[in-house]
Design a protein around this ligand. Structure first.
Ligand SMILES: Nc1ncnc2c1ncn2[C@@H]1O[C@H](COP(=O)(O)OP(=O)(O)O)[C@@H](O)[C@H]1O
Ligand SMILES: O=C(CO)[C@@H](O)[C@H](O)COP(=O)(O)O
Length: 492
């Protein structure tokens, strides 16, 4: 009965789960918050990881650990392995102009889009690492000159857990490499020419591992107290070594965590909203709506991502001065469609559709709709309508959409779960509240610890099912409103 650990270093927090490798049973867990902002010193992720590991009772008795994390974030290291500047995160839109430039330089519309989709599976938008590197080269040349290696949040944390043993030891996995914009899921190769086109030269990049490969071993000195055996059963492996897995991007890890199969579309409502499925062949959508990522099982992960998801609920709750449970009650007390009140939730700009400079808006205000309940319902419906467009886009890329598996912090809202079955017009499955990204990382670690061609099968008990209850009028009204918005007053 070896134990394994999985980490989710996400936008808002770090979560650690310790599970039984064979059964998947949860043994211990811990979490710690991350700072706000779209630019973060990676040292803050390291402190949060240390605190979350501590809260989870340490790692001395686990056989393997895998780290999953927010995708795309640009972590630049100098020759000595020191971080050059705070990481720019996936939701930082300052590189929107760089994204446009990279598409234009590749042939403009539509040839440039086709070029990128064919080359790396995705058309770059501000989220992608390649655009952040272009931004750095243009706006901070002194910092750019110091960059010896570039990696992603999960790569950096895995490397630090291994004791930061030199830049040559940097490792990543297929899923996170596929979000850089300079690695092709179709060929499984880097495109150093595209890295150079964006950045002006070719800094070192991590070696890309397959899903069950070993990235290294946990360094005893990496985290104080991490290997303390007080109160634990002692080392899980006779050698005492704890293996480090390849890790994954957070969405790919969630796919592994919920065991997504054919006909399943996972909708994750965290800081980002994501809609994705596991596919047997790579995709290349020149419109840029569907990103053609790789998954964490050796397959592919067509994915649509919005910038505005759970935080739309946070914002609506703040506006109405209620907590999230009260927001849910309010939303469910208003009629489906909120009597025509529509919120277009571009509170952080938007990535899909590509509107980095947009702000949010509310349409359809009348005396009747000017109530807290209507606004709460409009916030939930607007966020879900944006995700429903992602379901359509995935279907257009060939995904079978038989049911939605709903995860992420936002899935804890009863209103989100019930209204999702109306907006998505298909059955919505809600696994028990949990940390599915960290669970996916733990399942990868279990794969490493136990071996085999496929990861061990773990199935969460207590799944709820919401039958499809289509209300097409909600999306029809949203479609009338979604192009009507103002640009942001200032960039921020
Ligand atoms: N009961 C709830 N109702 C609605 N939203 C919730 C609830 N509990 C947590 N959340 C939301 O979940 C979000 C965090 O989700 P999470 O998936 O952990 O995000 P991330 O992985 O991006 O850090 C927060 O914005 C929070 O508002
Ligand atoms: O950019 C993407 C996917 O392309 C985001 O999904 C990030 O990976 C951040 O995820 P969360 O922290 O919101 O879970």
């Amino acid at each position: 009965m070896p134990l394994v650990a999985g980490v989710d270093s996400s936008t808002q927090s770090c979560k650690v789960v310790v599970r039984d490798a064979e059964t998947g049973a949860l043994v211990r867990q811990g979490r710690a918050p991350h700072p706000d902002g779209t630019e973060v010193d990676p040292a803050a992720w390291w402190s949060a990881l240390a605190a979350a590991v501590d809260a989870a009772g340490g790692l001395a008795d686990v056989a393997a650990v895998s780290v999953a994390g927010q995708q795309h974030g640009m972590v630049c290291l100098d020759e000595a392995g020191e971080v050059v500047r705070p990481a720019l995160l996936w939701n930082d839109t300052r590189s929107a102009g760089a994204a446009t430039e990279l598409v234009e330089e590749a042939g403009g519309e539509p040839a440039g889009r086709r070029f990128w989709a064919d080359a790396v599976g995705s058309v770059p938008v501000a989220s992608f690492t390649v655009t952040k590197l272009r931004w750095l080269a243009r706006h901070e040349p002194a910092n750019a000159d110091r960059v010896a290696a570039v990696c992603l949040p999960h790569d950096w944390l895995t490397w630090r857990l291994a004791g930061a043993p030199g830049l040559a030891a940097l490792r990543t996995d297929r899923s996170d490499a596929s979000g850089t914009g300079y690695w092709s899921p179709a060929t499984g190769e880097y495109r150093p020419d595209l890295l150079e086109r964006a950045f002006g030269r070719r800094p070192q990049v991590p070696i890309v591992l397959g899903p069950a490969e070993v990235a290294g071993v946990l360094s005893p000195g990496a985290l104080p107290g991490v290997l303390d055996t007080a109160g634990l059963a002692g080392p899980a492996r006779p050698s005492g070594e704890i293996l480090l897995g390849a890790g994954a991007g957070d969405n790919a890890a969630a796919g592994l965590g919920v065991g997504a199969g054919p006909g399943d579309v996972v909708v994750s409502i965290g800081t980002s909203g994501t809609v994705f499925s596991v596919a047997s062949a790579p995709t290349a959508d020149p419109s840029g709506t569907v990103a053609g990522f790789a998954d964490a099982s050796g397959r592919f992960l067509p994915l649509v991502c919005t910038l505005n998801a759970a935080r739309v609920l946070d914002a609506a709750a703040a506006l109405l001065q209620v907590d999230l449970d009260q927001l849910s009650d309010l939303a469910l007390s208003a009629p489906a469609g909120a009597d025509g009140l529509v919120m277009v939730p571009y509170l952080e700009g938007e990535r899909t559709p590509n509107r980095p400079h947009a702000s949010g808006s509310v349409h359809g205000l009348t005396l009747r709709t000017s109530t807290p309940a209507h606004l709460a319902r409009a916030a939930v419906e607007g966020m879900l309508c944006a995700l429903a467009a992602g379901l359509d886009a995935l279907a257009a890329q060939g995904a079978a959409v038989r049911r939605v598996i709903l995860v992420g912090g936002g899935a804890r809202s009863a209103a989100v779960r019930r209204i999702a079955a109306q907006v998505f017009a298909c059955p919505v499955i809600v696994p028990p509240p949990g940390e599915y990204v960290a669970d996916g990382a733990a399942r990868q670690a279990a794969w490493l610890a136990l071996g085999g061609a496929e990861p061990p099968s773990w199935s969460p008990a207590g799944t709820e099912e919401y039958p499809a209850e289509p209300v097409p009028a909600i999306r029809e009204r949203y479609a009338q409103a979604r192009e009507r918005h103002l640009d942001r007053p200032t960039q921020g």
